[in-house]
Design a protein around this ligand. Structure first.
Ligand code: AMP
Ligand code: MG
Length: 420
């Protein structure tokens, strides 16, 4: 009699739903705004003052009374950016102003230097069409007083950081990022600097997973390599549970006698699932222990990374406050036949390119063995080959997850503006 796994096989959709139900955004923290790139806002941000806070010149030029029209004006002073010069403009007069300078009281337009000519202490206004407001940015043009400038859930990138500076927020409340404890398990696994003895191999998964955690905005905590021994495995898992928000293990979740991760997680908390109808990654496991989500990845390096991509990354993003947690998914045309077995839904690693007509095309990265990390190198997508059908023929249309930038099929990296 073959040994049956005690864990029921569930669908990928069910697994994702279970994970999403079990995890919540982490509590918020208040941090200096300069350290906040990539964090997600946990508060609405309002502007206390309007922007610009005073009528500001948008050019270097001459502040005038619009109704005076073209002609000669007496220059009564200078108003550069950064202070109030105390000048008043009356009909027939003008003041030199710089970009960003407060427009002196009395003036209602600014004429660009290019449209004026200075003769001694006078300026000759050449501009024909001066209207009240010309070249003046009124108070509140960019931001109104008390306007909400950023909403909860916004990911802080360059414009958001600039706005925080503008509204004077030196600290900002954001969702905490998950600290993720990462460990490799296996009696055969040694460190990269070591020479493997016969029967041993160097660790790949810790580095793959630490890199993936970082890319997903998490903070990795490296717990090293753990042997397939009850005691050390338990001690390291316990350390991860105490010190991190998420536990991420690889190896030790198959059907071997030394596969101790699942039983231990089950004994310590709630094991939500231990088998998913997915390839690679069938034995991927999810448990919650003492409130800490635990993901046990299979040992094969591709299985570990694809399982991370499909199951763990969305969870980390949700914990960090993101609402957009799944990769973009689009239809892709297979460039050639993809071999596939009907039993499981498979994520195959592909290079996606885009034809001029917009069609997304998928080509394999080669042999798709679960140990062959090279099948992930250069892959910018995963095609999803659903179960229930064997080989997929060239031209078949399937869903693809887009992991990275998609190039045009002709290989030309085009500038954004066609005249360049
Ligand atoms: P396991 O899930 O522990 O049964 O491991 C499945 C396969 O993945 C075995 O061939 C292991 O040697 C390999 N493997 C497990 N952990 C790692 C690791 N950290 N780095 C590279 N290969 C691994
Ligand atoms: Mg193992």
């Amino acid at each position: 009699m073959p040994i049956e796994s005690p864990y029921p096989m569930i669908s990928i959709e069910d697994a994702l739903a279970i994970i999403q139900n079990a995890i919540q955004p982490l509590p918020s923290i208040n941090i200096p705004f300069q350290t906040a790139p990539g964090y997600v806002l946990a508060e609405d941000v309002f502007a206390n003052e309007p922007m610009p806070p005073f009528p500001a010149s948008s050019v270097d030029g001459y502040a005038v009374v619009a109704a005076d029209g073209p002609g000669k004006r007496r220059i009564v002073g200078d108003q550069a950016a950064g202070y109030m010069a105390g000048i008043e403009i009356e009909p027939g007069t003008s003041a030199r102003v710089t970009t960003g300078a407060p427009v002196p009281p009395g003036a209602d337009a600014v004429v660009m230097v290019e449209e004026a000519e200075v003769i001694g202490d006078h300026v000759e206004i050449l501009a024909r069409n001066i209207q009240p407001g010309t070249n003046i940015r009124p108070i509140g043009q960019d931001i109104e007083q008390n306007q909400r400038v950023l909403a909860v859930g916004t990911v802080l990138g360059p414009p958001e950081l600039g706005l925080l500076g503008t509204v004077g927020r030196s600290n900002v409340t954001v969702y905490r990022r998950p600290k993720v404890a990462v460990m490799s398990t296996g009696d055969e696994i040694v460190e990269p600097h070591e020479q493997p003895a016969p029967g041993q191999i160097r660790d790949a998964n810790r580095f793959t997973l630490i890199g993936a955690v970082r890319q997903a905005g998490g903070e990795p905590l490296d717990l090293g390599i753990v042997r397939d021994k009850q005691g050390s495995l338990q001690a390291t898992i316990e350390r991860g549970l105490t010190e991190a928000d998420v536990l991420l293990t690889s190896g030790g979740v198959s059907m071997g006698q030394l596969d101790l991760v699942k039983p231990y997680l089950a004994s310590r908390g709630t094991l939500h699932f231990g088998r998913v109808n997915t390839k690679p990654g069938k034995p991927v496991t999810f448990a919650v222990v003492d409130g800490v989500p635990c993901f046990a990845m299979p040992g094969f390096p591709v299985s570990a990374l694809v399982s991370f991509e499909v199951f763990v990354r969305p969870a980390l993003l949700k914990m960090a406050g993101h609402t957009n947690i799944y990769r973009p998914r689009e239809k892709a045309v297979l460039a050639h036949r993809f071999s596939h077995t009907a039993a499981r839904t498979e994520f195959q690693r592909v290079v996606l390119t885009r034809r001029a007509d917009g069609t997304l095309v998928a080509s394999t990265t080669g042999f798709q063995g679960s140990g062959r990390l090279l099948s992930m190198v250069g892959a910018n997508g995963l095609v999803i080959l659903p179960h229930g059908q064997d080989n997929y023929e060239a031209g078949a249309v399937v869903d693809a997850l887009i992991l990275d930038r998609v190039e045009m099929e002709d290989g030309v990296d085009k500038p954004h503006v066609s005249s360049l």
